[in-house]
Design a protein around this ligand. Structure first.
Ligand code: SF4
Ligand code: SF4
Length: 344
């Protein structure tokens, strides 16, 4: 694919033309924070965002998603993909989407996710502002983002637009692009390299070192109790995480007791009831009853269990969990550093 340039004065016209042709989702300002929303005007797009409250996975995996309707023995799917352009995804969130793409494809493909994913064109964008709790420049650095179709980098008074796929290339028809010069391409590379090393939080260990120590710490009940002491099991750290993908499925019956719908909702492994099951004869069991075992499970998932499958940790360093945790105990940098330095 190619590398193009769009003058800043043409950018609004480009985004406006895409909005007129397709559904467009991008980061917009919400008070002092940012959120991905459907764009009605190009003026609302804020590519200078630091991090969004919820991750962009919600375009393909919404917090609440109808998956089937039923009437007696008849069942119909609710899959209805919409041609969508997702603008302004930072590289760490592209890495998180890559993980979900793999996980929702393996074994039984999840078409409720994959159909909307395939109908979406992802336009990455360079990081213009760094979130105070981010650490994306020191976690999983061995993994490169792959799932975007094009990438926008702001340089001087314009944008370098690098396409990766035919879907990315197809957006060229909406803007007054020209081929980028070697100087513009080099400047975009410089801008993207310069942001690395600017996060204020930092992991001082490799993925392998962390995985080994966290795995070896599984039985250290004293340490997990201490780390999770102030956890009140709200599940916020799961809810905002771009790599979390657990969901619950609920059937709702209409008054005729014959028809209804099946809906899935994001679930959170830190909540008390997540691991509660009913056994034979109505017996109840909760196999992660204590908050410290749920807290431990989250860190096992993020740093060890999925590494072989994903080629790196299941954490991309966005820092959303650190911002969302009222008790301020969810920050992976602080927790992992404590585990790495634990001596007793
Ligand atoms: S670690 Fe924080 S955000 Fe996560 S469940 Fe506990 S209190 Fe809530
Ligand atoms: S664990 Fe926290 S920092 Fe890591 S990807 Fe999830 S929300 Fe972001």
């Amino acid at each position: 694919m190619g590398v193009y340039y769009l003058d800043e004065r043409q950018f609004t016209a480009f985004v406006t033309a895409v909005i007129q042709a397709k559904r467009v989702v991008g980061p917009v300002a919400r008070r002092a924070r940012f959120a991905y929303e459907d764009l009605e005007s190009a003026d609302d797009l804020r590519l200078d965002f630091d991090v969004t409250i919820l991750p962009p996975k919600s375009v393909f995996f919404p917090p609440e998603q109808a998956i089937a309707r039923f009437d007696g023995d008849e069942v119909s799917s609710c899959i209805c993909p919409v041609d969508t352009v997702l603008f302004g995804v930072h590289f760490y969130d592209v890495k998180a989407i890559d993980q979900l793409d793999f996980l929702f494809r393996e074994n039984n493909a999840d078409w409720d996710y994959l159909c909307q994913r395939e109908a979406t064109t992802i336009v990455g964008s360079n990081i213009q502002a760094v979130s105070s709790r981010a650490f994306w420049d020191s976690v999983g650095t061995e993994v490169q983002p792959l799932g975007h179709d094009a990438f926008l980098t702001k340089i001087g008074s314009g944008y370098v637009f690098k396409t990766r796929t035919p879907k990315g290339e197809a957006l060229l028809e909406y803007g007054d692009f020209r081929e980028a010069t070697q100087n513009e391409i080099a400047e975009a590379e410089r801008v993207n390299a310069a942001v690395m090393g600017t996060c204020s939080e930092r992991l001082a260990y490799t993925t392998e070192q962390i995985a080994e120590k966290v795995r070896d710490s599984f039985g250290n009940e004293k340490m997990w109790d201490e780390l999770a002491e102030r956890c009140f099991s709200c599940g916020s750290c799961n809810t905002v995480c771009p790599t979390c993908y657990c969901f619950d499925v609920v059937d709702s019956w209409n008054l005729d007791q014959k028809s209804g719908s099946r809906t899935r909702y994001w679930d959170a492994c830190l909540t008390r009831e997540f691991a509660a099951v009913t056994g034979a004869g109505g017996s109840k069991e909760n196999f992660r009853e204590h908050h410290s075992s749920r807290f431990r499970h989250r860190f096992m998932r993020k740093t060890t269990y999925l590494n072989d499958k994903l080629g790196g940790p299941a954490c991309v360093g966005c820092g959303r969990c650190s911002q969302a945790c009222t008790a301020d105990i969810a920050d992976p940098v602080r927790v992992i550093t404590k585990i790495m330095e634990w001596t007793s």
